[in-house]
Design a protein around this ligand. Sequence first.
Ligand code: TAP
Length: 788
Amino acid sequence: MDIMTAFKTMDYGPAPESAAEAQAWLERHDYTFGHFINGAFTTPNDLFETRNPATGEVLAQVSTAGEDEVNAAVTAARQAQPDWESLGGPKRARFLYALARLVQKNSRLLAVLETLDNGKPIRESRDIDIPLVARHFYHHAGWAQLLEAEFPHHQAVGVAGQVIPWNFPLLMLAWKIAPALAAGNTVVLKPAEYTPLTALLFAELCVQAGLPKGVVNIVTGMGATGAEISGHPDVNKVAFTGSTEVGRIIRRQTAGQGKKLTLELGGKSPFIVFDDADLDGAVEGLVDAIWFNQGQVCCAGSRLLVQESVADKLLAKIRARMGKLRVGAPLDKSIDIGAIVDPVQRNQIADRVAAGVAEGAEIFQPDIAMPEGGCFYPPTLLYNTEPAMTVAQEEIFGPVLVSMTFRTPEEAVQIANNSRYGLAASVWSENVNLALDVAPRLKAGIVWVNGTNMFDAAAGFGGYRESGYGREGGREGMFEYLKPRYASALKPVKLVLNNEAHMQQKLTTSVDQTRKLYIGGKQARPDGGYDRPVFGPKGALIGQVGEGNRKDIRNAVEAAANAGAWAKTTAHNRAQVLYYIAENLSLRADEFAQTLNTMSGGSDGDDEVRAGIDRLFHWAAWADKYDGAVHSVPIRGVALAMHEPMGVIGIAAPDEAPLLGFLSLVAPAIAFGNRVVALPSAHQPLAALDMYQVFETSDLPGGVVNIVTGNRDALTRTLTEHGNVDAMWYFGSSEGSAMVEAASTGNLKRTWVNDGFARDWFDATQGAGCEFRRAATQVKNIWVPYGE
Ligand code: TAP
């Protein structure tokens, strides 16, 4: 083509990136790879192929790790961990810094290899994925440097088992490995079967960086290999990114194993366009939201919600823009949309689109050139859809935008939140008041205002609801790889004489007072109409409490859910109520001490009441001081990290310190705006129950704290399985902890359990440390770029 013709047509010419270096690297390895265990590659065995999805050609053969290989990797990580941790943060920082430098030095090779293996456009791997990988290692070199000062009283968790998906192979590896190493953990990581190559190249960089043997181990394989890692008894922490379905399996598998768990799962993120938005800007935003990485992005803006008055105009602009998208060879620098990772995925996308059309959605696909061969799918718009349709509820995980309309901001929020997911959201409006009013109301871990898909190592990433829990990046991400130092020294809870056993005894004494349940701010008779006796240490009947059942739990959860105004009241008001509760408890201190002594047979009830009052003061003081942050992210604008309440928290209070334990859990929960359904100590419930009289006189709105007694294990299960409970805290036996973790899988609620260990509730760190603040809140990051 001559210059004049090119000028007249303004067509893009081909601009292919060379694959020669990546091919040479593959050739050096004879196109065959073993696992990277204890600092060296193993002899390849049990091979499977990894292919270039753009052409279908086989790139290399990779080994499948079975039980033996995973054992060897975990053993290597275990042996390396103590020395790695005791190196100290500043020395570990040097290694992380070296890895960051090596990623930068090899960035072109890494980008090309990523594009070959995954099919994503080289523009994205070169300009987004790999720079973010380097950024992640630099950022976490910083955390390693500052660890002792910034995370006092904490230590590494131990060996981290990490399983990642195929959509951002090296970036997900960086999100997992960098914080783990910074905190002093060692790792065993499995990349996805479709995209193992950059992880194997990264293993070589670990050797070049002089990383001690066994600190990083990479094993390849399929889902079964992932399951070997997540279920391994010697793995202390599991970090998983992938589908909600597999996340659930891992939650169930690890229940009761005492492992720390983070799940970064799927999403169906809303992209909300108000009528005053810059529509052209929003269209470009959509290109990034849903056609970035072929839409194979967990936080893809896959649900377009557009205000009805501008819907036709915006959809016309979107159609026109779609007609200009270039689908083609991913190594070509001028294409927008590359290949879908595998034919299995492409077929799944096609099936889901067909199902949407069958459900009544209308479809638009632009008339653009599609490559011949390879695994490609055209950019697609499904419109005239309804919020209840499957395509509006379930991930398609491809370049498919599903559009619907709304009339008012309230309706936009309602439709946006009508999802089991809660990963990200994007809000488009030129009215800052509107955008910043809507952002906090969206149930999502990340909200972008007039932007989308902005990521940075300094800002935590992670979801609400069934998009998983835990954050990756930032200070909050570091906590996921640390545990409090005192945790290693805890002793198992002492088994107390079970109240149930006493119940076989004949009731010979009568008591004059029966404590009721406390639901919605009112004392309530249990639904079943039965009471249960409470016995003193020598078997004497000392009181009766309500025999609550499933119905009572449901009523209590409903009351808690209806008390949502508590989250919106000012922190100052919440503090005042807590001060008032403390004051009213202190007026009745002697009476509470007497009840505690009667229940325990001891004489130190007054110590516990005093400590309980202090605890209430402590959390009253904190109510208006747990500030968020403004992250230092590389945009012209701000990323605001806000601490939001979890919502409704179920609390099964401990047997040890039955009043102090109860108050130590309920007080931080309500201080930060949560509502609570609490189950007091099973065998010493009376003092905690008497708190309802204190609550009633302390201006605590009805429904903020609800108390139900009865068969604690059965009530705990009902509470944990309840779909409207957002988090469950359990302090009891190891069996109970396992049950709670297993039963939480329904709505993937956050759990906080004691694994059967007793803490010292009188101790300031164990009974009121920073983990209470973190358990009571979740971080929402709101990105607000600015400038004309
Ligand atoms: P999954 O099928 O869940 O696979 C993720 C990883 O888990 C892969 O390495 C997979 O191995 C492995 N795996 C499969 N079954 C397992 C089991 N029973 N136990 C342990 N590991 C197991 O997800 P995917 O299809 O690769 O990725 C797409 C999903 O990831 C989407 O839902 C997306 O939203 C989500 N995602 C979320 C995020 C964040 S940050 N929230 C980021 C990226 C992706 P194989 O590769 O061999 O199957």
